[in-house]
Write a protein that binds this ligand. Sequence first.
Ligand SMILES: *Cc1c(COP(=O)(O)O)cnc(C)c1O
Length: 429
Amino acid sequence: MTPSVPEQTSSRPFHYPDPKSALSCGKVSLERLAREYGTPLYVYSADQIAERFALFDAALAGRDHLICYAVKANSALAILKLLAGLGAGFDIVSGGELERVIRAAPEARAQVVFSGVGKTSVEIDLALATGIFEFNVESEAELELLAARARKAGKRARFSLRVNPDVFAETHPYISTGLREHKFGIDIRLAAEIYRRAAKNRWLEAHGVSVHIGSQIRSAEPFGAALQRVSKLVGQLRREGIALRAIDAGGGLGIDYHGDSFDAAAKVREYAQALDAALGDFDGRLLIEPGRFLVAQAGALVARVLFQKKNGKKTFVVTDAAMNDLIRPALYQAHHEILPVRPRAGRPRVVDVVGPVCETGDFFARDRKLRPVEAGDLVALLDAGAYGMAQSSNYNTRARAAEVLVEGGRARLIRRRETMEDLLAAEIP
Ligand SMILES: *Cc1c(COP(=O)(O)O)cnc(C)c1O
């Protein structure tokens, strides 16, 4: 499948075909999907994921590049398979994510980069045996461990150092990672010395350098600034005879969770230009690791309204989805637009939309102007394709939601709803 590259893309695949119809994903009614698969239900548009991938691919066409989808954003096997089919590599942060890639897209195993500050020997061994593209190493201690495991396996380990460029990126403090005080990466001022030492170790192959400054970053400028510092380091090492062949610019490009006029195509062009300018005459391979930008807007969480209740001046809309299904509002004060699947006449009201979990933090929206809904209605929480299902849990002994992928006019169940058996299977009473 090679989707054409649209000049301008609509920000979301969810729309009302006409004022009397239910909200749809492409041509598929969410009402129908809820009837068939129940709620809470994650619905994703494969077409939009492919379209977003094509935007990056086209914007980077002038350079040797590899788009490594950040698996943690949404690790559904069907989505990994879809992206591998488009030519994606993968950015993983655990051995478990590597197992997913191996199962969903074994042909992509040589296009995997392994990030993360706390890799274990077992995970490193698995990645060495798999033959991944490279390890993004985040500390000297990890590099030592990597060399030791490589020696044991009798395989040279290709690595890049994840440097910390000390660049400030405006985003939520929990998802900002590029400052010296964060746990991620190696101080860029110390990196050259580590490469020099590693060059003497026959079990290590200094292959690249990587950087990832955070998530949900809306402006291209900090990406350019970070990559400029990385480029300088690469140039300095080249003059010393250490030729790095890959620069990994990380992920982090943000979307607009509020409006519906977000121009994804323009955003990607601006981002790619910032990277390109910073790379200058570097002629190796450029890697990027987008997660959220590829999948967030492709997904919605569909929930049913259970009750409405009033406490004092407040009106609460209680849904059958909760923070265990989508924790972003509780964790990052994140905003998700909420639409009634079948709109009713009447004026919007100011409500809190909450779930049944026993936590005051279990809310999707506070003091939100919402079109009128009644018990039994369906609502859709938009932009839930990234860090939604991936961060879900069984808190309150709630089974995790089912997931559906819509491709063209067809919907396909890609994960069935969990059963109580699934939840209790590992326990020993
Ligand atoms: C989380 C993460 C990403 C993806 O970030 P997005 O904001 O989802 O694009 C990429 N690379 C690394 C190392 C990460 O930790």
